[in-house]
Ligand binder design. Structure first.
Ligand code: ATP
Length: 607
């Protein structure tokens, strides 16, 4: 047996049933009345087999002993027999209907709960692959599970009732036969549960690889990497990676199926032999005249019912355990602690100052600091430029400044109040940011802009003003349905924009809000130098009296508009001042500026 099999123990299995109250609370919150009806219908379903056996037994025995009796002697048992069949039919139909409806509501509610939870996660959570795995597991594997557990749980209730009630019929005849009937299924269940645990463990351990396989297939089936896949001929490479991962999964799955089939086959054979032996005893008793025809049939049916019930009951217990393991993923995710930002802190009415005091920060998965001992103060009315080579920490600084990470060292003060003590939601409402990797929403142009302030989504005047501010008029006017044109290529009627056009739409989105601080992180990636300069100039004009922060590698464009330039090098703030001051300093900025503008370089030992 595999090493992993030993790590399963019955205690864990029993412990997993502790999830019941949580599951029940969740289900109760969906639809109380439906849940009550479903439970009742399962209880009746559990009683029906025994009721049917007893009514058949009474009917047959009545027929066999009806000589010289009135017809009503057999008619009454017949009516009872037919009523039970009819009741069974109605209950089964009602049960199917209620469960289908319940399932729809439950799935919907759980998916919304997952989205609500994802909404409250921090950027750090999203950059943490463990949290990401939890989210994916919750979404992919666990969303269906509460329903599965519900139906198995109810099936279990019904089976227990069915089992006990039919068992009573056989106990009445030969009590010791019961022992024979239960030993084998119980042993088989323990084994099957172990296999279930093994399967879960494999699934759990391969969730990173599963995500990788999903990612490779995503790259192959979406437009994001299409061009590079064609140009660099990456198709076969990605398919090879996809196949390699999946071959491993298939091998593991087949091994489990083999094991499951083998164990189940062995126990089935033993079970059939026991069943055959008890059947032999029933037939022998009937032959000897010890029992009537109705009793014989009742015992035979009880025997087959008990066997079926026992098997079903134990399979249910084992699959509840297995499903609970997956459900734990869902609860783990839903109960993951998150800091709800909006409920805490001082509200920010206007951003007047932003100050970093000796701020250092490193990403959770990194050893080295991305920012080290950064100190500066920005006042309202200033236009600040952040410059530095790739990886020097500019975008990280912007993320810290927007309150997206909170585990930095030092202090970040907004209007003199610590970032950790302000109401971040009110603060962010006052920020208009275009990140380097801004989002191109596969939605309409109106939504792409309106998402900057959803209250203004239908306010055409304000939308147009934002479009004008961002110089996006030409782009929007050229769209076939104007502002209501679908953008991107994912949905029908979509129009794809150029990188620079997308950027202007994103800028309009930032302008739609009446912010106190605008941040443009490297628009140069998509804008030509002239457009970038125009936009910087435009933004600094429009934000007079407010704060604007630009990040660009084109130092020439920042020269005139910046009231101050902050120079980052290897995560440290090495220089700050106006363009002229920094040129006079002849440090790193001077070096970069001259390099970009073909000005002869005067060496400086500090560079
Ligand atoms: N999410 C992240 N997790 C871990 N490390 C990160 C993350 N984002 C950035 N880094 C690291 O932090 C450092 C600073 O990155 P940052 O993106 O702030 O640089 P930048 O100055 O904006 O660079 P560029 O000019 O290329 O945009 C780099 O070493 C980078 O590898």
């Amino acid at each position: 047996m595999d090493q992993e099999m030993y790590s399963f123990n019955l205690k864990d299995a029993i412990k997993s049933f502790k999830l019941f109250p949580k599951i029940f609370r969740l289900l109760w919150s969906i639809k109380k009345l439906s849940l009550i009806f479903i439970v009742i219908s399962y209880i009746i379903r559990g009683l029906l087999p025994a009721m049917s056996i007893i009514s058949t037994q009474i009917l047959l025995n009545a027929i066999q002993t009806s000589v010289n009796k009135k017809f009503s002697y057999v008619l009454h048992p017949l009516i009872i027999y037919l009523s039970i069949i009819f009741l069974g039919y109605i209950i089964s139909q009602l049960n199917t209907y209620l469960q289908s409806i319940f399932r729809i509501d439950l799935n919907y509610k759980i998916n919304v709960m997952i989205l609500e939870k994802a909404k409250n996660l921090s950027l750090k959570d999203f950059e943490n692959s463990e949290v990401y795995d939890k989210l994916r597991r919750a979404q992919n594997e666990a969303a269906e599970k509460p329903y599965t557990v519900l139906s198995i749980m109810l099936e279990l209730i019904s089976q227990i009732i069915g089992f006990i009630s039919t068992l009573a019929i056989l106990i009445y005849w030969k009590p010791w036969t019961i022992l024979l009937l239960v030993v084998i299924p119980i042993t088989s269940t323990i084994y099957m549960t172990k296999i279930g645990y093994l399967q879960y463990k494999i699934e759990y351990e391969r969730s990173q690889e599963r995500r990788k396989a999903w990612y490779l297939s995503y790259l192959m089936t979406n437009d994001i990497a299409f061009k590079e896949i064609k140009i660099y001929k990456l198709g076969d490479y990605f398919i090879k990676g996809y196949k390699k991962l999946n071959k491993k999964f298939i091998k593991q799955d087949k091994k489990i199926i083999k094991k499951r089939t083998f164990v189940s086959f062995g126990f089935q054979i033993l079970d059939q032999i026991t069943g055959g032996f008890i059947l032999y005893l029933i037939v022998q008793s009937a032959y000897m005249g010890e029992i009537l025809l109705g009793d014989t049939l009742a015992y035979i049916r009880s025997l087959s019912n008990i066997k079926g019930n026992m098997e079903g009951l134990l399979t249910s217990i084992s699959s509840i355990y297995q499903n609970n393991l997956y459900l734990k993923q869902l609860f783990d995710f839903l109960e993951m602690p998150v800091k709800l930002e909006k409920s805490i802190g001082t509200s920010i009415e206007e951003i007047k100052t932003i100050e970093f005091i000796d701020v250092s920060f490193k990403y959770p998965n990194r050893q080295e600091y991305a920012l080290k001992n950064i100190s500066f103060k920005i006042r309202k009315g200033e236009t600040i430029s952040l410059v530095g080579e790739n990886g020097s920490g500019k975008s990280t600084l912007v993320k810290l400044l927007s309150g997206l990470y909170d585990d930095y060292e030092g202090e970040i003060l907004i209007n003199g109040v610590s970032m950790n003590q302000i109401n971040k939601e009110s603060f962010r409402e006052k920020m208009g940011i275009i990140f380097q990797d801004f989002t191109k929403y596969e939605l309409t142009c109106r939504e792409n802009i309106g998402l900057g302030n959803i209250n203004l989504m239908d306010n055409d005047v304000k939308l147009q003003a934002a479009i004008n501010k961002a110089y996006a008029n030409e782009t929007v006017d050229a769209l076939p349905k104007g502002i209501d044109t679908q953008l991107g290529v994912w949905f029908s009627g979509g129009v794809q924009l150029s990188g620079g056009q997308w950027q202007k739409i994103a800028l309009s989105r930032a302008f739609l809000r009446d912010a106190d601080c605008y941040i443009l992180d490297e628009p140069s990636a998509s804008l030509d130098p002239v457009s970038e300069y125009e936009i910087f100039q435009r933004v600094s004009e429009l934000t007079k009296g407010k704060i604007s922060i630009f990040i660009s590698h084109r130092l020439y464009n920042l020269r005139k508009i910046s009231s101050r330039i902050l120079v980052l090098k290897d995560g440290q703030l090495t220089e700050q001042g106006t363009h002229e001051e920094l040129m006079d300093l002849n440090g790193h900025y001077g070096y970069l500026y001259r390099l970009q503008n073909n000005i002869e370089f005067v060496p400086n030992s500090d560079i």
